[in-house]
Structure formats: structure tokens, C-alpha cells
Design a protein around this ligand. Sequence first.
Ligand code: ZN
Length: 301
Amino acid sequence: MSATELISVGLDIGATKVHGVAVDADGAILAEHREPTQLGPDGVVRSAAAVVAALASAGVPGPVGVGVPGLVDPDRGTVKYAVNLGLNGDWVPLGEMLADRLGTSVMVENDVNAATLGAHLIAGADDVAYVSLGTGLAAGMVLGGVLRRGFHGAAGEIGHLPVDPNGAQCSCGQRGCLELVASGSALAAAWPSADQPPAQALFAAAAGGDECAIQVRDRFAAGVADAVRVIALAVDPRAIVIGGGVAALGEPLRLAVSAALARQAESSPFLASLDLPGRVQVVPTGVPIAALGAALLGRKS
Ligand SMILES: [Zn+2]
């Protein structure tokens, strides 16, 4: 590709870094760049613009797609409740601010939805669900090739499905929500670790035969399997792709969740017939799924 060709740019704006990719017409990644996130509306725009400038070595930046945490109005390109980015208070017109700065069109989407578009690309099927194991637990869906946001933008908020009437109080105001068991922060609370990420520490200890670690790992995997089962029974997607920080575990995570799904299906020929273990994937190591999905978003504008 020559440096004069048009590229799509996708940005995954997180609390610590902005991760950007330049993508060609086939969805192949041409370049990647990361910058620390400066907080507040102006800081976020500055960081995002620095990433786009760095990616311009791969080609002429065309439309830009952005994935951000919080509540997003994709039609207006506005963001609310992205507290970790310092975007507090009223709706922030992030799309408009970035478009003014960059001189190109900008599409803004919730980060889980952006990652879902990336999962749709790598899974190569029309119906794909994405399960994000980050600080919390949330899912996204592409059904019939179209991203499903829902009436309130709340489609896929399965982390707040109450599964344990005697469980702990959740920040959402309910009790015993699924994300209190199946999320990165739940795992970190159950297996604190100072010298490496808790998920890696837990899975390493379990693989080494530590009985307590095996129990904690299996309980976590059963919770993730519950999330997979809920989404499979609700919309029956061809593939269910697991991403988020915990997915850096890779194959050991897929094996643990698949084993939990197989155990859940032992008493149910119906569940067994759905082959959930065979439909679960984990985002491949090193694939920046949310930035990739954001780049696809920009292309539609
Ligand atoms: Zn909740």
C-alpha cells in the first residue's frame, strides 16, 4: 500500500491508553499506535489526535471510528458517564470535537459494541456475540450482520442479571448480579495478586495443582459459562467470542469455560445438543479487537 492511499482509523479510548489501528479496505491492520490517555474532554481529544497523527504514516487517514466506555449516543457522537476518562456531567460532544480537530468524519460507539464489531470480523459469521470480561461483565451482539444496541442502548447488559438471591449487593442496586462472579474485578477480589495480573496468577496456581485455586478458577469459569449460556439461549449466535482484560489468558480460559459448559450440559441433552463448548472462542492474543471494530465503524460513515 502506498502512503497516499486512504486508510480507516479505529481508536479504542481507555482510561490508561488510546490504542489506534490503521486498517485497509479488507480489514487488515496496517499500523498500530498507543498513547497514554490524557483525561478530560480536551485531554481525550489531544491524545486521540496524537494517535491519528502517528498512524498517518500508513496512509491518508479517512473516516475515524472511536470506541469509548460509558453511555454513547452514536447518532450525535456524544458520551456520558465515562468517569474513568474524566468525562463527567452532561453529554460530551466527543465526535464533534474530534472531527473539528482532525478535519474528517468521526463515529463514536460504546467500547463493548466496537469490540463486538471486531469480533464479528474475526469470527466470520452473521450472528456473533461478544462477552467482555473487563472490570465488569457486558456482552454485545451482531445479529444478521447488524449491531444490536437495543431500545435504551442496554442490549447485552447481562452482567446485571441477578443469579444469586443471597449474593452480595451490586453497584446497580440489585443483589447477586452475574458480574459479581464473572468479571475481571470479581476474579481479582477472589484471588488478589500483587506481582502479576490476578487472572494469570490464579490460572497458574490452578494449573500447578493448588486445590483452592482450582476451586476459585472453576467457580469463575462457571460464572462465565452462565454468561455464555444466557446469551446463547437468548439469541443463539454462531460464535461467542470472549474478550476483555481476562481474555489475555488465551487458550487456558477457553478450556476452563468450555469444561464448565460441558459440565452444565451433562444433565441436559437439550443443552448438549447446542454444542456451546464448540462455539466459544477467545480473542486471539495481540488482536486489538475494540480498535479494529472501531475502524469498521468509521468506514460506515
Ligand atoms: Zn448489578
